[in-house]
Design a protein around this ligand. Structure first.
Ligand code: NI
Length: 175
């Protein structure tokens, strides 16, 4: 389960719309295992395939409390089929926008439909932190980042900051 490199802002791949997955096979399960290893290593609580430069509709999450046992989930071709009117605010971060956190308001609960790693159709009601993580990761599959929910001023400021870091690094390694 090799840990993969996570791409960061301003990598244009983060703005791609990922393609649906047509077949759940061992290659895909290997990709899921790589993503889980990469997420736990980071450490993070969610990762979309595009964040390791794979433009397919796949995400992994583990929103379980840190003290408890791991609860890895992999969601293939996820779709939100219902969102609550009630909204919730969490301070969000993103492994592709390291060390930047801002509050984002989203529906408090969502019902998500997806295919699991065995190829079975599943539906789950996500609430609390899991609801936020699922929505944040699903946004990645559509090229949307959490900074898109901030004011233009804040968004421009963070994009500029990361562009500057990328220029300074001159493409060598990531911070
Ligand atoms: Ni993210």
């Amino acid at each position: 389960m090799p840990v993969r490199d996570i791409i960061t802002l301003p990598d244009p791949k983060l703005r791609l719309v990922s393609k649906p997955i047509e077949r759940v096979d061992d290659d895909l399960r290997r990709l899921i295992d790589d993503m889980l290893a990469t997420m736990y290593e980071a450490p993070g609580i969610g990762l979309a395939a595009i964040q390791i430069a794979e433009p397919v509709r796949l995400l992994v999450v583990d929103a379980a409390p840190k003290e408890g046992p791991r609860a890895p989930m992999s969601l293939i071709n996820p779709e939100i089929v219902w969102s609550s009117d009630e909204r919730n605010t969490y301070e969000e971060g993103c492994l592709s926008i390291p060390e930047y956190y801002e509050e984002v308001e989203r529906p408090a609960s969502v019902r998500v439909r997806y295919i699991d790693r065995d190829g079975k159709a599943q539906e789950q009601l996500a609430e609390g932190l899991l609801a936020t993580v699922v929505q944040h990761e699903l946004d990645h599959l559509n090229g949307v980042l959490f900074i898109d929910y901030l004011s233009k001023l804040k968004r421009d400021r963070v994009i500029k900051k990361f562009a500057k870091i990328a220029r300074r690094d001159d493409g060598k390694g990531r911070l």
